[in-house]
Design a protein around this ligand. Structure first.
Ligand code: SF4
Length: 214
């Protein structure tokens, strides 16, 4: 489908309108109470469901109640505690390393810029965007597997590369919708546009989607 930018942006606006109607309460499904807890939760959520991460978090935050506690954690012990989330050794290193860097370089406070966040060990654009949008109110989009798949189906994206997709989407979606868009698309990917069996006949976006199965 060939669309000029104005037509594509108008379609994007309508997609957002319909998704907001369908998923008015969409929000981050990880449980956290401050930016550092979200950083930890997001690192744990790689290749793991938010549900499982949320099961591990209460005890974890109880054992490590501060950035400092995570920064000086025993790696083996931490690794065992996050075992159910998978990739536990790597994730433990990322959590401990990023917490130590926050203590050493940022006075114990999670930094508020993309540039500083992605310098933290184990923190990529996805985690950084999540923190910037959720905790600090910056317009940002988290490009996860649902966003990659559904934005390609909707032909707002033409790549599998999250950074390229982020730039493509920033061109067509209104800044005020960026944070909420990710959450609504994740909900849509779980409920209707399911990876192996999209339920196009029940999809509110069917008239706007070039990939609709009729
Ligand atoms: S119409 Fe089908 S492919 Fe398009 S977004 Fe909806 S469920 Fe997904």
């Amino acid at each position: 489908m060939i669309e000029n930018k104005a037509v594509k942006s108008a379609r994007a606006e309508e997609v957002v309108r319909l998704l907001k109607k369908e998923y008015p309460d969409s929000k981050c499904s990880l449980n956290y109470s401050n930016p550092h807890e979200l950083l930890v939760a997001t690192i744990l959520s790689a290749q793991c469901t938010d549900h499982r991460v949320n099961q591990v978090l209460p005890e974890l935050f109880n054992s490590y109640p501060s950035v400092k506690a995570f920064a000086f954690a025993d790696l083996n012990k931490l690794s065992q505690e996050i075992y159910p989330c998978g990739y536990h050794n790597q994730k433990a290193k990322s959590i401990q390393g990023s917490s130590l860097a926050i203590m050493n370089d940022h006075g114990g406070k999670v930094p508020q810029t993309m540039e500083e966040l992605i310098k933290l060990p184990g923190v990529g654009r996805k985690t950084a965007n999540c923190i910037l949008g959720e905790c600090f109110g910056y317009p940002s989009m988290v490009i996860d597997t649902h966003m990659i798949r559904i934005m390609n189906l909707l032909q707002f994206a033409t790549s599998k590369d999250p950074k390229k997709i982020e730039l493509e989407l920033m061109e067509v979606f209104n800044k005020r919708d960026w944070v909420k868009l990710t959450h609504m698309v994740i909900d849509h990917g779980r409920a209707v546009c399911i990876a192996r069996r999209p339920q196009c006949d029940q999809c509110v976006l069917q008239d706007l989607c070039p990939s609709v199965l009729r």
